[in-house]
Design a protein. Sequence first.
Length: 248
Amino acid sequence: MNEDIKLYVVTHKESQYLPKDRTFIGVGNNKDISNVHIYDNQGENIADKNSSFCELTALYWMWKNDSSTIVGLEHYRRFFCTKHCIFKPRPIQLKKIKAILSKYDCIVSQNYIFREGIYTYYSKNHIIEDLDLCREVIEEKTPEYLPSFDEVIHGKKAVMCNMFIMSKSLLNDYCDWLFSILFEVEKKISISERDNYQKRVYGFLSERLFNVWLYNKKLKMYHLPIYMPDEKPWLIKIKNLIKKLIRR
């Protein structure tokens, strides 16, 4: 798939919101989704890990099987939209994306502010030993990332949802680093006794690790709001306004 730009939308079920300039990639056990263009179990893949790796099985597929110049990852319920989406938000268009990436390294979501800090939030909502183990693996495999890990994880802001648009060359660099860490962590923990939510550990970890990678690379990021079609436009506008006020 050697194209100029390819935006993938990860989905595990039927979706009513289908932007025509996106490619829907199916993940999970449901392999009979009518609006899907391709599934993550084709080509080189880790599709069987979806229950614990979440959208990362789609990310892995993109890394190993796509050769487009620019690639992006969104969700069937979350799309990047223009900054000025007051009454009728819409997914950002390819022409605008190219214009942004002519000046910036990547497009990511707006920062989410964790009032009590990222580490504390993770300890209250997930299994903190997983994040601690992640640090140990980074110290062992890529120690040059350790200062960035500590800075990000003990900070209060991060881009979330594992959403991005960037060059394929940057994606290759990110995935090469990310999966080397996660696959090593996977060897060291057992998730068999966890509930389905906490089994999604590698998706949770990757949201934090994406920020570590971004910080370490010192990339020039362009932050865009996320449009969720299931929510009313006016509610999105209010939420975005509140987030801006909180960040000040």
